[in-house]
Design a protein around this ligand. Structure first.
Ligand code: FES
Length: 600
């Protein structure tokens, strides 16, 4: 079955869509994610193994029970065992591949620690692995029970105690740093990290103490020659010598040779890239030349140009995204993974936005980084979406407090800010309760948008309902502050609908999602008119019609709007709370209609 097959391949269109979605999802999996997946399998193994050690703090028999009935019972299931070894092989191979791929060595302390610890694990592990697994493969020696390993290390080869404890610490730390890099971008991390941190810190000492405690029990039992004969089976010396030669000599030499080959391949690549030539990256304030084959992010790092990259160039965070402002025709296409990440932040529809860590241009390019260089994991966890700009039919509403300048003559600054905040709160509550979005605050005024997620008829009804709710909230506020303020708080509301441009506007971290355009300006002008018309609300007639308000509802008139050639038909309300009485019959009718539909 291939992608794109339709009628004869899938019994329903839904199945086809599901299959397509699955294929897209699978294609968006990056090498890095495969490495994480394999790392997770191994982390589960070491967690179970170290937890098993920690049970030695209770007793050797509890430790052995867990090993036989849980740890071994699960991990020695043939398919699970195969998955574990495959995951280990893939994780190691992809780790070496990542070392080859990385074009710079500007590691953070955590990254460097993880890399060095990860690369050293096979060297610390080889002696233990040789004794417990290779011996079985070479001589058919069955997997050794705990007492064998504990007696062997604590009584016969004490230097292996240090080797095992170092290995345990290194493997655990490497796994925890990997988990941290993976989880820190997830929304749950902020809440769950104290638990993760406690487990991460406690596990190694508990595991070491448990093993040591259990070893003490085993040594005591081993004083009995009969017990020792029955329970401890040392590997014969000649076999041991051969296993040690393979695991402690040949393997480390081969492994270090492999790492050396990775560095040799890096050198070869650098040499080839010099021959391939360079290209220029133009940033807003700087120009640099880098070898072809490097990504934009690698160019930024090479020349110490501040550039956000929370995930370290692993195509996970999207914070490195740039806007390409030069010709895009020669750029390599976006990979499925890049598309997936851009889609997650709402930027996939704009072809000029690319991930700097994935984009490897082959010719000169001009880019503008879209996020400030210092954004952190919190930004990614909050799923910061970008709005690159689009035109939508929205209803805009301006609510402005009147007389705040008069207040400043009679009140202390603290009181004024307090009052304005209460007013803004009352307004925003009304807007949100009606289904709108308080969008922008200018002094004592609020701009609200309706229709970001709904059709225009619903948005218009929401805006009118919001005006009524704002009026009743402010009336309640006036009641609360009757003794504090000489005059009740006054306000004006202007409502207009039309094509509106929405998008993120601002500079660096001061970016705001907001609305622009003639329609928004007219809403502001309508709010101004509430003073001269001596009313609370001026709403464009088109909004009332879209909301389904009867023609005789509210006073209608034509008004001149500054900057507009034609007069605008508007309706005015002196008491906005009455708007609900015009909307309620419609709400009831809608409800009745909905009920009938459900019954049908
Ligand atoms: S640095 Fe994270 S996606 Fe590019």
């Amino acid at each position: 079955m291939t992608i794109g097959t339709t009628a004869h391949s899938f019994s329903t269109p839904g199945q086809g869509a599901k299959h397509l979605a699955l294929v897209r999802w699978a294609r968006a999996i990056s090498v890095r994610q495969v490495r994480i997946g394999c790392g997770l399998v191994m982390f589960c193994y070491i967690f179970s193994h170290f937890f098993n050690h920690a049970l030695g703090n209770i007793s050797f028999s509890v430790m052995e029970w867990w090993r036989l009935n849980i740890h071994v019972a699960w991990w020695r299931i043939p398919v699970i065992n195969d998955v574990l070894y495959t995951a280990a092989a893939i994780h190691l191979s992809l780790g070496l591949w990542a070392l080859y791929q990385r074009r710079h060595f500007r590691y953070t302390a955590a990254e460097l620690t993880q890399l060095i610890l990860g690369l050293s694990i096979p060297l610390w592990l080889c002696a233990h692995f040789g004794a417990v697994r290779v011996s079985g493969w070479m001589y058919g020696i069955p997997p050794l029970p705990y007492q064998n390993a504990l007696y062997g290390y604590w009584a016969l080869r004490p230097h292996m105690i240090a080797v095992q404890f170092i290995l345990l610490t290194i493997a655990w730390t490497h796994g925890c740093i990997g988990l941290y890099f993976w989880l820190r971008l997830k929304p749950l991390f902020a809440r769950a990290w104290p638990i993760f941190f406690a487990v991460a810190v406690l596990m190694p000492p508990l595991a070491m103490l448990g093993a040591h405690h259990a070893a003490g029990e085993v040594l005591a039992l081993a004083k009995d020659p009969d017990w020792r004969k029955a329970n401890v089976r040392p590997i014969p010396p000649d076999q041991r010598a051969i296993i040690d030669r393979y695991s402690e000599l040949y393997f480390p030499i081969g492994y270090l040779g492999l790492i050396g080959m990775v560095f040799a391949a890096r050198g070869l690549r650098t040499w080839r890239e010099r021959w391939r030539g360079t290209f220029t990256i133009t940033y807003p304030a700087r120009q640099v030349r880098i070898p072809k084959g490097l990504s934009i992010l690698e160019g930024s790092l090479r020349y110490k140009i501040p550039h956000a990259s929370v995930c370290g160039g692993r195509a996970r965070c999207s914070t490195c995204r740039v806007k390409v402002v030069s010709d895009r025709s020669a750029l390599p296409p976006t990979s499925p993974r890049e598309k997936f990440v851009l889609n997650r932040v709402g930027a996939a529809s704009d072809p000029s936005i690319r991930l700097a860590c994935q984009l490897r241009p082959r010719s000169d390019i001009s880019v503008i980084p879209m996020l400030p260089p210092y954004v952190g994991a919190e930004f990614v966890r909050a799923r910061g979406r970008i709005h690159v700009g689009e035109e939508r039919h929205l209803v805009s509403m301006f609510v402005v407090m009147r007389g705040s300048t008069t207040l400043s003559e009679t009140k202390l600054p603290f009181d004024i800010v307090f009052l304005i905040n209460r007013f803004v709160e009352a307004v925003c509550r009304g807007i949100s309760d009606a289904g709108g979005q308080p969008n922008n605050f200018v002094g004592d005024g609020v701009l609200a948008l309706f229709g970001l997620d709904t059709d225009i008829a619903t948005a218009s009804r929401q805006a009118l309902r919001a005006a009524a709710l704002v009026a009743s909230n402010v009336a309640h506020l006036n009641h609360q502050f009757a003794t504090e303020v000489a005059e009740p708080i006054q306000y004006g509301i202007g409502i207009n609908g039309g094509e509106t441009i929405i998008g993120d506007v601002g500079f660096r971290d001061r970016t705001l999602f907001t609305a622009l355009g003639d329609s928004v300006n007219v809403a502001a002008r309508l709010q101004d008119l509430t003073k001269s018309l001596d009313c609370k609300v001026v709403v464009a007639d088109a909004v009332c019609k879209a909301a389904g308000l009867a023609d005789d509802a509210l006073v209608r008139m034509n008004v001149e709007i500054r900057g507009q050639t034609n007069a605008l038909s508007v309706r005015i309300a002196k008491d906005p709370t009455l708007l609900t009485s015009w909307l309620e019959p419609m709400g009831a009718a809608e409800h009745e209609q909905d009920t009938q539909m459900e019954e049908v």
